[in-house]
Ligand binder design. Sequence first.
Ligand code: C5P
Length: 243
Amino acid sequence: MQTAVSPRLIVALDTPTLSQALHLVEQLLPLGVIFKVGYEAYYAFGPALLNEIEACGAELFLDLKLHDIPRTAAAAMRAIMRPGLGIVTVHAMGGFEMMRAVVEAAEIVAQERSLRVPAIFGVTILTSIAEITLPELGFMGGIGENVVRLAALARNAGCAGVVCSAHESADLKAFFGHDFQALCPGIRPAGAAGGDQQRIATPTSAIGAGADYLVVGRPITQASDPFAAAQAILTEMRSLVPG
Ligand code: C5P
């Protein structure tokens, strides 16, 4: 399975303290990974961490999963724009109008402030959700068809791709082509604990399914040697991608 670009490793900086997050940034910076800041770090010490990541010249992914009425979501997008910002997430369940408003806000602010336009990714069905729980959330059908339906909305709204598990990545590429990107959390090296994740995949199977970005948190951040853990995943990824 081809990918649009060489797959990239994203490390989720889900830590309770700023010093732990900064230590991980310092350790992992030489590996050229993208740093993902989500709810845990953003709400607790966001600005300080973002400033440091930017000062290092690393690429920043704000996993804030925006989900509100279009005006509010677009206002949030305008507020979070900053120089190092490469990726932002919105919940595809927020609907076409909301995603479109966020994409437009990013484009307008980028032009006004001469910033890069961040890639907006629509979150489809969280990787912590198993198919068996879909009915209680009001979804009809299986995970695969719901991911593709939400991905179609995201694509029409101008998103660069979607967040999904590697299990849906191959179908997504078959439906929408290689340029529509798959950003896949729930990645677990063989033998690693799944934790609260349900739809997990190894780096090898995710790359095989065409994933463009692999998101890894705990298997790296809670490893006794985070650098070695990240390096092992990168080595596994690179062994599968020609060139
Ligand atoms: O520790 P772990 O590898 O499970 O971390 C996965 C990261 O990806 C977490 O920060 C989580 O919030 C995020 N994420 C996810 N599933 C999604 C979207 C984001 O696990 N669908």
